[in-house]
Design a protein around this ligand. Structure first.
Ligand code: GDP
Length: 298
């Protein structure tokens, strides 16, 4: 399960000192050291850990933790609030255009779960946001398998897929798909763009060109939670190049240590909007930082 090690260690660190009633400044220091190690071991970014522990410590010293008869509960509350804040505080919902179609552009490295997430999002949006006619756009022209995968997902869900095969220019595909959406009255257009194994300038240039013609309300980056610090670096690069609007963290159902989920907001200043919790098309959840924090703290 995701966050398992982090959960155990954080809970352990906090409860460890509580048995004898009040705690000393040394106990608190020890607790902070444990919290720091727990976060580092969960692959949370070093700078993020430093800032986090500093604010928890300052709050603990500034409140009555040291005089309290239930210091563990008090620290737990502080850590819970700070974790929630670290992950963005509140749910940040999708932006929809006042004038349909709303355009959502998906980006991400190969294997991150981008194409699957296109399907999941289309399903989510049609069920939860009442946008009944999403158009899925196959602009990943370099991998025929990606186009077929999107077509299969479209068929499963009963949504139209716009494709021109592998010989067309992705920027032109995006343009033509938008024209079709306007003519057919699709209320949402979700563009599946190409991934690569690594971030490179050619990919970024193509994505910027698609952005320029599609003028998306959302540019969502999918990152694989299992890749830890790499996910953070990828998010930074995509954000610098594309100015993304949000992140979808996939594979949180796996046994990821959780560092990406905890670091990405603070490093990129872009919200996590959804998490992927499985391979099935209904395994997508809006991201509530407070619920995620509760899950981690048990
Ligand atoms: P893309 O190359 O980024 O388009 O990635 P795909 O959508 O093809 O997904 C790559 C693999 O990850 C596939 O086997 C998906 O089923 C799997 N996958 C995608 N999202 C999730 C998720 O949230 N959880 C799990 N366990 N697997 C996922």
């Amino acid at each position: 399960m995701a966050f398992e090690g982090l959960s155990d260690r954080l809970q352990g660190a906090i409860s460890q000192v509580s048995s004898g009633g009040t705690i000393t400044e040394a106990d608190l220091k020890q607790m902070m050291r444990e919290i720091r190690l727990a976060l580092l071991e969960a692959d949370v970014n070093f700078q993020v850990v430093k800032t986090f522990v500093k604010s928890v410590n300052e709050r603990a010293l500034g409140s009555d933790v040291l005089k309290s008869l239930s210091p563990a509960q008090q620290v737990l509350k502080i850590v819970d609030e700070e974790l929630t804040a670290l992950m963005g505080g509140e749910l940040v919902p999708l932006n929809f255009s006042a004038k349909p179609p709303t355009v959502i552009m998906m980006a991400g490295l190969q294997g991150a779960g981008k194409t699957t997430t296109v399907g999941k999002l289309a399903k989510f949006i049609s069920e939860k946001e009442n946008k009944k006619r999403p158009l899925l756009v196959a602009a990943d022209v370099y991998r025929p398998a990606a186009i077929e995968q999107l077509q299969t997902i479209g068929q499963q869900l009963g949504f139209d897929v716009y494709s021109e095969g592998t010989d067309a220019d992705p920027v032109r595909i995006a343009e033509a798909a938008l024209n079709q959406a306007r003519l057919q009255g699709n209320d949402v257009v979700i563009i599946d763009t190409a991934g690569r194994l690594h971030v490179n300038e050619e990919l970024m240039a193509e994505l910027r060109n698609i952005k320029a013609v599609a003028n998306p309300q959302e540019i969502l980056l999918t990152v694989d939670a299992m890749t830890g610090q790499d996910a953070i670096n990828v998010a930074q690069s995509f954000n610098e190049s594309l100015d993304i609007t949000g992140v979808v963290i996939t594979k949180l159902d796996g046994d990821t240590r959780g560092g990406a989920a905890l670091s990405i907001r603070s490093i990129t200043d872009k919200p996590i909007k959804f998490t992927g919790q499985g391979e099935k098309l209904d395994a997508l959840e809006p991201f509530y930082p407070d619920r995620m924090s509760s899950r981690i703290l048990g």
